[in-house]
Design a protein around this ligand. Sequence first.
Ligand code: ADE
Length: 329
Amino acid sequence: QKQNQSHSQNNSQEPIEGQNSNQAVRHKRSPKDFIFGKVIGEGSFSTVYLAKDIHTNKEYAIKVCEKRHIIKERKTQYVKREKEVLNMLANAKHYFVRLFCTFQDVERLYFVLSYAKNGELLPHITKNGSFDIECTKFYSAEILRGLEYLHGLGIIHRDLKPENILLDDKMHALITDFGSAKILGEPDQTDSSSQDHRETSTRTQRRNSFVGTAQYVSPELLSNKISSPASDLWAFGCIIYQMVAGLPPFRSRSEYQIFQKILQVDYEVPDGFCEVARNLVGLLLVREPSQRLGANDKQSIGYTSIRAHPFFNGIDFEKLHEQTPPPIC
Ligand code: ADE
């Protein structure tokens, strides 16, 4: 038994043995500590189960990855990256799905995560058709707070979309799925060129092989494969548009045509689209990353220029998490 686990890991739900907490011995959890229930999420490399801790009766979402599959598909670095990012976010009190512990057996890796009872944001948008302005404002503000924290740590999500925004039991937003994330200043091992040991020319920034979900991917990822925090601001603009209009801004029959539209920033706003939201979206969906609203804000103090946009009038960014979210309508 390990005396102490990685200090960056949050082990608060692990049982402590012994009277003196200074000498506490923490058990490594195992699948036997949980009752596994229904599947609540499925990705190409993982299945997420609702699970109950048999000792505390608390519910968790457990992400299970099959080792053989990850190795075969050469996704080891993505899984490592996800764990690393989740550990970096373990102290964040709001806006992120939290990693409580990890364990493994011979065949699988397990990530014990907070269970977001109200699931993904996407079906809420779809079911409702779209969101009203109050609701769009609230969820946009929560996502922005999440991005401020993430980018402040030098992490780019790179696959921000309404499927990766979950809603907890109180309907607050939690950003999830860090398998595509990049930690600035670290060599990108998920970069195909580094895996292939190919020369990457004289660029100071490496090209990443990674491209996120078609509809939310930024023009710079399509043209030069270089991502920055501003790539998440592009996706943020797409998500705001989608909450207001009900559909993402760049749509087409084929992925190729979606990419063409993104590269030309070719989108329309439907009649009745809130004018102040249209203005904000227009300042985020800008081809040149450095020209996007917020791109030149000091990372250490958050996205002050985005917060100051009239769209967010009346929002208290410091108190969002204490507020009761407006009902979805
Ligand atoms: N689907 C994927 N991850 C989830 C989580 N943490 N909570 C609820 N549903 C999920």
